[in-house]
Design a protein around this ligand. Structure first.
Ligand code: FA5
Length: 339
């Protein structure tokens, strides 16, 4: 009786193993036949009913059956795995003749383009870059620049204060003081960086970039300032661009000037961009005030210097014809892609 049962189970098990199509089916069959509560285990449980003289022979048959099922599952498993690997490799085949996926190339922001261009132009004239902190002491941003606590010039720059005495720098001019404290003349530095003011309209942004220039040496005059800025403007705008100096006021320069360039849009005839004047203001500048030199331990009777500060966004707007400063900070990819 049990012999027939063993023979039936062998036939049935080898058949289903042969028919299996997936590795996971084989795993299920292994549990069904060879698992703890599988068919072989239940056969062994039935051994109690087998007459004792037949037990060794029946035991051998059960062991043979277990071995036969294990072997059948093992070899079927190898066969399926080989097939599955082949199938996967076929699916993963790469057609090297297909065109590749083009990676989108990023570009530099217009403010960085202008910044790099200016640094290159000034470096050619011997300027080196000096960078100061964005979170600055009132001492460097105002006091040492000849703007004491109650000076009305503080109203010209709407300041973000962090606490009393500490602020977000409103001008890269703070770097002038840090530089003169650190280095002795001759000094010829360029200090680019972010500055902050409580301003917001088409030409004013609460965060913008300035680039400061400072030259201190013996015998520096306003002509040197004009010559340097004229050379750079011709390089950055156009070789025929004209520049002019207009009297202005900054507490840290004396005399102070504003520098205009001839309008790139109308060539100086007058248009809406230059508000009919033919000129566009690009920066503030002047001869370093004696008081500032003295504050930094530089003898104003031996040394003189000039300083200038320009707004990078304004230059980028002029150069690329950008009508509103906010385009520069909206991060609209359609705008940025044009540069
Ligand atoms: C100054 O900040 C002086 N420190 C410049 C200077 C340096 C004068 C050295 C003398 C010697 P002013 O506040 O004018 O000056 O700003 C300089 C430039 O920054 C302006 O010409 C303008 O181009 C730009 N600017 C000012 N405010 C903003 C703003 N809110 N958004 C964008 N650009 C601005």
């Amino acid at each position: 009786m049990i012999k027939e049962k063993i023979a039936d189970l062998r036939r049935q098990a080898l058949e289903v193993v042969k028919e299996a199509r997936l590795s996971k089916d084989l795993a299920e069959l292994r549990i069904k036949y060879l698992g703890k509560s599988g068919e072989i285990t239940s056969l062994l449980k039935g051994m109690r009913e087998v007459p004792s003289d037949e037990r060794p022979m029946v035991g051998k048959l059960v062991n043979d059956l277990r071995e036969a099922i294990e072997n059948a599952i093992g070899s079927k498993e190898n066969q399926l795995k080989a097939g599955e690997t082949e199938e996967r490799l076929k699916k993963e085949t790469i057609d090297v003749t297909l065109p590749g996926i083009k990676l989108k190339q990023g570009g530099l922001h217009p403010v960085n383009l202008v910044r790099n261009e200016l640094i290159e132009a000034f470096s050619g004239l011997g300027f080196k870059v000096f960078e100061g902190p964005e979170i600055e002491l009132d001492y460097y941003n105002f006091k040492q620049l000849n703007i004491p606590d109650d000076h009305p010039a503080r109203d010209m720059q709407d300041t973000f204060y962090i606490n009393e005495g500490i602020l977000l720098r409103t001008q890269t001019s703070a770097g002038q003081i840090r530089c003169m404290e650190k280095e002795k003349p001759p000094i010829k530095v360029l200090s680019p960086g972010r500055v902050y003011r409580s301003d917001y309209d088409a030409t004013h942004s609460p965060m913008f970039h300035q680039m400061e220039g400072l030259v201190v040496d013996k015998g520096i005059t306003l002509c040197d300032l004009k010559g340097v800025l004229e050379a750079v403007c011709k390089k950055v705008f156009a070789p025929d661009v004209k520049t002019r100096l207009r009297p202005s006021y900054f507490p840290f320069t004396e005399p102070s000037v504003e520098i205009d360039v001839s309008c790139s849009e109308c060539g100086g005839k007058g248009c809406s961009l230059c508000k009919g004047t033919g000129w566009i203001e690009i920066l503030g500048a002047g001869m370093v005030n004696r008081v500032v030199l003295e504050n930094c331990g530089v003898d104003p009777d031996v040394y003189s210097g000039f300083a200038f500060g320009l707004g990078l966004e304004r230059i980028a707007m002029l150069k690329y014809g950008i009508p509103d400063i906010r385009y520069l900070f909206d991060n609209d990819i359609r705008f940025l892609k044009q540069f």
